[in-house]
Design a protein around this ligand. Structure first.
Ligand code: FAD
Length: 442
């Protein structure tokens, strides 16, 4: 027998990208006793301060929690570091607020977690496995997927390194280099869509007493029709505030005066929380970043290469599911390794044949909620539908699970969540004449 009591020879697996999904996948494969080499473009984030840029915190929900549980990290992440958010806290234009609970029946919640903390936790955990090697400052620059060959460039010396593997896993994010190589393969379908909106992260510091300046157990939303502000709490009592807005509108705001007028008109209650000076500094020292949605398939080449996480399916962030969905990839792959007893061809074939249905479903849902979240939560029709949905969920919990709850608080396949909603809509339209509402995300 081999390491960990394995009967089969361990596979030699290279993971490209040590972000959230790649570093979790490394743990799953290491647990199975395979040899794992993880190559990451950036330096080891455990040694570097957080860079401003991509979402500082994220909403972790049931699918992500299940995947963390599989490698023994759920408790640590959720109990010790996650900040529970039990509902949406809506800020109206006139400064008044109201709360929309996520789940008034069983009080389930989502958790705000720090991206860096989670990524470091996953990398640190891999130190426990002798069969994981990590190579930071290595950028994938060339690939022969059919043969399992990769060339990396060391970013500090420009030296190149050739590597070969039984299996290449591309978890190198929305702009994946592994996926680019896959695009040269026949019958590989690919589409991408940049939305009109970009996002910029701002920050609400702790109050003078060192505490949160707003109730911390909620995801705060300032929905304003064509744009919105949201805020998620951090462990250090700050809030990461994200402004989603069309690029054209970002570009219009080119002076302190215009910025303060804009915030004064639309988010006046947020100005004292952020602080005028800090708002101006942060807004003009950053730039709005784009949001892309990527669909492709199949996710593999022969028994040699596979895409997971954002590399396979970047989604817009309006359902809070990108990472959760990528983590679910890891759970599903682990089940397939078990089911097919490490037979890579069967594992990859089945993953590609089945996963896209659910991935496309969450991608479409996220895109739809992009419109709904910044607008819909303010409408009486939405609130009415939500009340009825919650009541039916309370009355017949096995039959009537509202869409947001099935996506965020169950492991029901995403495509099934959509089918359920379509079934509910049929009944709803019988009573209502026409269905004109959907649910917001975060
Ligand atoms: P990434 O996190 O992008 O990691 C990819 C890694 O690959 C990086 O470390 C990168 O350096 C490395 N890499 C790239 N190219 C190369 C190369 N050529 N060679 C070597 N390494 C390379 N998801 C949620 O579930 N909940 C949320 O609340 C949420 N909020 C979000 C808010 C915003 C504003 C955004 C933009 C996204 C949000 N997401 C959320 C989505 C989430 O961030 C992604 O789904 C998640 O980061 C995907 O993880 P990944 O490991 O697949 O990719």
């Amino acid at each position: 027998t081999y390491q960990n009591g394995r009967k089969n020879k361990p596979l030699d697996i290279v993971i490209v990208g040590g972000g959230l999904v790649g570093s979790l996948e490394a743990l799953y494969l290491a647990k199975r006793g395979h040899r794992v080499r993880l190559y990451e473009y950036r330096e080891d984030i455990r040694n570097t301060p957080t860079a401003r840029g991509r979402s500082i915190n994220l909403a972790l929900s049931v699918r992500g929690r299940k995947a963390l549980r599989g490698v023994g990290l759920e408790q640590q992440m959720v109990q010790e570091h996650g900040i529970p958010m039990v509902g949406r806290y809506i800020h109206r234009l006139d400064g008044s607020t109201y709360i929309i609970p996520y789940d008034s029946r069983t009080n389930q919640c989502i958790y705000s977690v720090g991206r860096n903390f989670l990524n470091c936790l996953l990398l640190r955990e891999s130190e426990k496995y002798k069969n994981v090697e990590k190579h930071f400052n290595h950028k994938l620059i060339n690939t022969n997927l059919q043969k399992g060959l990769l060339t990396f460039q060391k970013t500090q010396t420009n030296e190149t390194v050739d590597v070969n593997a039984d299996l290449i896993i591309g978890s190198d994010g929305a702009y994946s280099a592994v996926r680019k190589a896959m695009m040269k393969e026949p019958l590989f379908d690919y589409s991408q869509k940049y939305i009109e909106h970009g996002y910029m992260e701002l920050c609400i510091p702790p109050g003078d007493d060192g505490e949160f300046q707003m109730p911390s157990q909620y995801l705060h939303i300032w929905p304003r029709g064509n744009f919105m502000l949201i805020a998620l709490p951090n462990q250090d009592r700050t809030w990461t505030v994200t402004l989603f807005m069309p690029f054209a509108k970002f570009n219009e705001i080119d002076s302190d005066e215009k910025l303060l007028n804009f915030f004064g008109k639309y988010f006046s209650d947020a100005i004292p929380l952020i602080g005028k000076k800090k708002l101006m500094e942060d807004f003009f020292s950053g730039s709005a970043l784009p949001l892309v949605s990527v669909k492709c398939r199949p996710y593999h080449v022969k028994d040699k290469a596979l895409l997971i996480g954002d590399a396979a399916h970047a989604v817009v962030p309006f359902y809070g599911q990108g990472m959760n969905c990528g983590f679910e990839d890891c759970t599903i792959l682990d089940e397939l390794f078990q089911k097919h007893n490490d037979n890579l061809k069967n594992i990859l074939d089945e993953f590609s044949a089945t996963r896209w249905v659910d991935v496309f479903a969450i991608s479409d849902l996220a895109m739809y909620n992009y419109v709904e979240m910044r607008d819909l939560v303010t409408r009486p029709s939405y609130l009415f539908r939500k009340t009825i949905d919650d009541f039916l969920f309370w009355l017949i919990p096995n039959l009537w699970v509202p869409l947001y709850n099935s996506v965020s608080f169950t492991n029901m396949p995403y495509s099934q969540c959509v089918k359920n909603r379509q079934f509910q809509d049929k009944y709803w339209s019988l009573y209502n004449g026409a269905n004109n509402s959907n649910e917001a995300l975060g």
